[in-house]
Design a protein around this ligand. Structure first.
Ligand SMILES: C[S@@+](CC[C@H](N)C(=O)[O-])C[C@H]1O[C@@H](n2cnc3c(N)ncnc32)[C@H](O)[C@@H]1O
Length: 223
């Protein structure tokens, strides 16, 4: 395994690899979350501050740590309302950086908060911006499926995210429409995105047209 400081430029960073990733999604070979990670890798640079609004099992948080680390100053803020999610994320991160030096650097890079994402502005230092806020909505896989993201809080969180993402930054939202309330949440995300001013935001979505219950990937890019 690479050491903490060797979490260098991603193998997905070249344009051709990025295009291959897009084609794989179009051909149904890659999942939406894999496409999301490949896009994040294009936007996020070493040393950036980023925020994972739904830590869950920690896979996205781990991916983000690898993207920001190695350049000095990189910071990942991770939030979840479930203690079990914070514990699972902590366990995954510790298992991913088992060596003492790497583990110490990882812990300096990431801060996890048992907090609703609608309150994300409370944890990002005043006056500073983040390069990415990512949402992976729905319930915790392997956890209590009755605890899910809800449209009201998601909307407040999107509004907060739009205030803390800096120019050239991205809000990435993976929306699951298959569970109860999922469609309503999807419509909330789209309604928010569709009225963002075109002079400062580019809003797009990736959607499987003939699989209406497949997750939808929404990107809000701040010019
Ligand atoms: C699909 S999971 C996230 C998966 C995760 N990103 C990963 O890589 O494993 C959704 C998570 O959102 C969390 N969640 C639900 N409502 C939330 C809220 N208001 N604020 C922050 N997290 C919330 C859930 O507890 C759950 O862990």
């Amino acid at each position: 395994m690479k050491s903490f400081d060797q979490q260098t430029t991603s193998p997905l960073s070249s344009e051709s690899t990025q295009n291959e990733f897009l084609l794989s999604f179009i051909k149904g070979e890659k999942k939406a979350i894999e496409v999301a990670h490949s896009v994040w890798q294009q936007v996020v640079q070493k040393g950036d501050k980023v925020l994972d609004a739904t830590c869950g099992n920690g896979h996205d948080t781990l991916a983000l740590i690898k993207m920001v680390s190695g350049g000095g100053g990189g910071q990942v803020y991770g939030l979840d309302i479930q203690k079990s999610a914070i514990e699972k994320t902590t366990a995954l991160l510790n298992a991913s950086f088992p060596h003492a030096d790497d583990n110490k650097k990882m812990k300096e890079t990431v801060e996890l908060f048992l907090l609703c994402h609608s309150r994300m502005e409370e944890i990002v230092p005043k006056g500073s911006f983040v390069k990415l806020v990512c949402f992976n909505l729905g319930y915790l896989p392997g956890g209590d499926k009755s605890i899910i993201t809800v449209p009201e809080r998601t909307l407040e969180a999107l509004e907060a995210a739009s205030r803390i993402v800096g120019s050239g930054g991205l809000i990435s939202v993976l929306v699951y429409v298959g569970h109860i309330g999922g469609k309503e949440e999807y419509e909330t995300v789209l309604a928010f995105a569709s009225v963002l001013p075109v002079d400062s935001w580019v809003c797009s979505k990736f959607e499987m047209v003939n699989r209406p219950l497949a997750p939808v990937l929404v990107f809000l890019f701040k010019k």
